[in-house]
Design a protein around this ligand. Structure first.
Ligand code: KIV
Ligand code: NA
Length: 263
C-alpha cells in the first residue's frame, strides 16, 4: 500500500471513492490490515472494552494508547494512524497539547478527540502546533454516563447542533471528522457540507469512509455485536478475506446496508 496521508483521503473524498478504516491495537493485525489495503487505522479507546473487558472507555490512559500506537505503527508503516485521546486527557488546552505530543511521539499521524463547541480552542491550538486533529461527534462514548447509555444522537432538532459543530470544528482546523450513531440523512448532509473527509460508524452509507471495531468484523467482541457492525469472518472463514470483503463492500457502497443504519 502507498503511504497514506490526509491529502490521500481528501483526494478520495473529491473522487467520491469510499474508503474503509479499522481499529487496530497491535502490530500483527495492523500489518494484516495494511496488506489488505485498509488505509486508516485507529488506536481507539474502544480498547478499554475489547482488550480490557470494561463496559465503557473511561479507564483508558494516554500511556496505554501510546503503547498500542507504537505497536500499530511498527506493523503498518504506510497506513494513516490515528490515536484516540482518552477521557479527560484533553480537558484543558495545555493538557491536550502535552498528551497529544505523547501520542505523536509514539508514532501517531493524527489524534482524535470527542466533542463539539467546547473543543474549538483546543482544536485550534493543536492544529497551530502541528498536531492534525480528527474530531468525533454524535455518539461520543466518553459521554456515555451523560447520555444515559449508548444511544443514537442527533435525531430531530438535535441534528442542527451537530451540523453547526461540525462546521465550527472544520473552521477551527480539524482535518477529519468521525460521526458515530447518527441518522443517515444527517450524516449525508454533514458529509456534503464539509470539505474534510468524514468517516462514519453507524452513520449510513453516504459518509466518505466507514470505520468499524476490528473485533466486531471478526465476530469476537465479548457481549453483543452492535446493529451497525457486521461479522465478515462468518461469511469468509478467513481473517484476510474477511478484511478484503469489508474493504470491497465499503468501496462498492454495499456496506453499510439499510439494516446497519439508523433513520
Ligand atoms: O474507540 C474507537 O474504536 C472509536 C471508533 C469506534 C470510531 O472511537
Ligand atoms: Na474512541
Amino acid at each position: 500500500m502507498d503511504n497514506i496521508t490526509i491529502s490521500t483521503l481528501s483526494r478520495y473524498k473529491a473522487e467520491k471513492r469510499k474508503f474503509a478504516a479499522l481499529t487496530a491495537y497491535d502490530a500483527s493485525f495492523a500489518a494484516l490490515f495494511e496488506q489488505n489495503n485498509v488505509p486508516v487505522l485507529l488506536i481507539g479507546d474502544s480498547l478499554g472494552m475489547v482488550l480490557q473487558g470494561g463496559n465503557d472507555t473511561l479507564k483508558v490512559t494516554v500511556e496505554q494508547i501510546a503503547y498500542h500506537t507504537r505497536s500499530v505503527v511498527q506493523g503498518a508503516p504506510n497506513a494513516l494512524v490515528i490515536a484516540d485521546m482518552p477521557f479527560m486527557s484533553y480537558h484543558t488546552v495545555e493538557s491536550a497539547c502535552n498528551n497529544a505530543a505523547e501520542l505523536m511521539r509514539a508514532g501517531a499521524n493524527m489524534v482524535k478527540l470527542e466533542g463539539g463547541e467546547w473543543l474549538l480552542d483546543t482544536v485550534r491550538a493543536l492544529t497551530q502546533r502541528s498536531v492534525p486533529v480528527c474530531a468525533h461527534l454524535g455518539l461520543t462514548p466518553q459521554s456515555v454516563h451523560v447520555f444515559g447509555g449508548y444511544k443514537v444522537q442527533g435525531r430531530g432538532d438535535a441534528g442542527q447542533a451537530i451540523i453547526d459543530e461540525a462546521l465550527q470544528l472544520q473552521q477551527a482546523g480539524a482535518a477529519m471528522l468521525v460521526l458515530e450513531c447518527v441518522p443517515h440523512q444527517l450524516a449525508r448532509t454533514i458529509t456534503e457540507q464539509l470539505d474534510i473527509p468524514v468517516i462514519g460508524i453507524g452513520a449510513g452509507k453516504d459518509t466518505d469512509g466507514q470505520i468499524l471495531v476490528m473485533h466486531d468484523i471478526l465476530g469476537i467482541s465479548s457481549g453483543y455485536i452492535p446493529k451497525f457492525s457486521k461479522n465478515y469472518l462468518l461469511q469468509t472463514g478467513n481473517i484476510a478475506t474477511a478484511v478484503q470483503a469489508f474493504v470491497d463492500e465499503v468501496a462498492h457502497g454495499d456496506f453499510p446496508a439499510a439494516e446497519h443504519t439508523f433513520g
